[in-house]
Design a protein around this ligand. Structure first.
Ligand SMILES: [Zn+2]
Length: 386
């Protein structure tokens, strides 16, 4: 602490010459501002009263830079006064040149303990490559690339290979319908399946199979209610049907097509993440049942996005994660829509932490900031892994 303290005891000459009690300063302390506290003048009066005035604002921190061996591209700084730590990325120009090595060993999507995934939503390969390489430098351990955000002219093996081979970390391909990065995509189930297969042929190591693939999105909750009894008779818990969960189809013809698609992807040497944005809050029991149902379908990762953002729902999500870690034979990614749930579920066994490296209009702020998530996942104390 470098507070400069000035004590100025005042001589009270007039004290005895006056019959009336006058108040006056017997001591004045001038305390200088620092980077952690305001400055002020403290007056101690002859009647014991103490007050402060002449406040001055906090100063800037007084940083010294340093680097840590092996941590290329990051410059740390520490304040000499208060010890506040910070860091800056040294941004280098990122090359979009990609060497395509067809002999490389394909990264395995489910090979990690927990994966900080950077969402890549760009409409052309160069921007996607820059975003992937930048987030890799910032600590991402995997990528989810919206293939359906790419302008259709780039949906070919050559352009997709540049994206899939620009990193040696796992890339998962997503082909949702909708408008992403200015590209509007409306694919039939067969076109979706073909685009995902093409991505795998181009080097993607996993694909996102929406649970509604090969079915009518809107009729699933109603259809499931009619089909529930068959599953109950077989001893399969489908209690999520009672909550009107979306995107998980019980239709056996649909499931046969989904299993054939999963088989095709496995044949091509990649993995399948089954995704369901259920649109409702599920109890812990219903969430566990839904994840086990996805395992029964044959996917390699069960992804469930649950609704509800109260703290109670977060507790349900965390309980689900604890149970699934013990009872599920495949990886799972379970979280709610709230920041708290997205932040905490990866600490409780959820495989994927969905992150955004740089917020833009397309990469919405519902995802967790990559640097924050990486810091949490790397901390043995905060990760819950110690
Ligand atoms: Zn400071």
């Amino acid at each position: 602490m470098k507070n400069k303290m000035l004590s100025l005891p005042l001589v009270a000459i007039s004290l005895f010459s006056c019959s009336q009690v006058k108040t006056f300063d017997v001591e004045v302390k001038i305390v200088a501002a620092t980077c952690i506290s305001e400055g002020y003048t403290e007056h101690i009066r002859n009647d014991g009263y103490i007050y402060r005035d002449n406040f001055t604002p906090k100063t800037d921190h007084h940083y010294s830079d340093f680097t840590i061996g092996g941590d290329d591209g990051v410059v740390y700084h520490i304040c000499d006064v208060c010890g506040k730590l910070g860091y800056d990325f040294v941004e280098q120009e990122i090359s979009t040149e990609v060497v395509i090595d067809h002999m490389r060993e394909k990264p395995v999507f489910t090979d990690h303990k927990v994966m900080a995934v950077s969402m890549i939503i760009e409409n052309n390969p160069d921007d996607a490559i820059i975003k992937i390489r930048k987030s890799e430098a910032h600590g991402a351990t995997g990528f989810m690339v919206y293939i359906s955000a790419l302008d259709p002219i780039y949906r070919n093996v050559d352009d997709l290979e540049r994206i899939m081979y620009c990193t040696n970390l796992p890339v998962l391909a997503i082909a949702y319908n909708g408008t992403f990065a200015g590209t509007t995509t409306q694919l039939s189930p067969e076109e979706t399946a073909n685009l995902l297969k093409l991505s795998v042929q181009a080097g993607a190591c996993a694909v996102d199979m929406p649970g509604y693939l090969y079915n009518n999105y809107n009729s699933i909750p109603t259809e499931n209610k009619e089909l529930k009894a068959e599953y109950v008779a077989d001893g399969i818990d489908v209690s999520f049907v009672d909550a009107n969960a979306k995107e998980i189809s019980l239709n056996k013809t649909v499931i046969a097509s989904q299993r054939a698609f999963i088989e095709d992807i496995h044949q091509l040497g990649a993995e399948v993440l089954y995704s369901a944005h259920v649109g409702v809050a599920l109890t812990t029991e219903q969430t566990v049942a839904a994840a086990k149902f996805i395992e029964y379908i044959g996917a390699d990762v069960a992804k469930l996005v649950l609704s509800g953002s109260s703290k109670d729902t977060v507790i349900d999500h965390l309980k689900s994660c604890i149970i699934l870690e013990q009872e599920l034979g495949i990886k799972f990614s379970v979280h709610g829509q709230s920041t708290l749930s997205r932040l905490m579920c990866p600490m409780f066994g959820s495989y994927i932490a969905f992150c955004v490296d740089e917020y833009t209009n397309d990469e919405t702020n519902i995802q967790i900031d990559l640097a924050t998530m990486v810091a949490i996942l790397n901390s043995p104390e905060l990760s819950g892994n110690n």
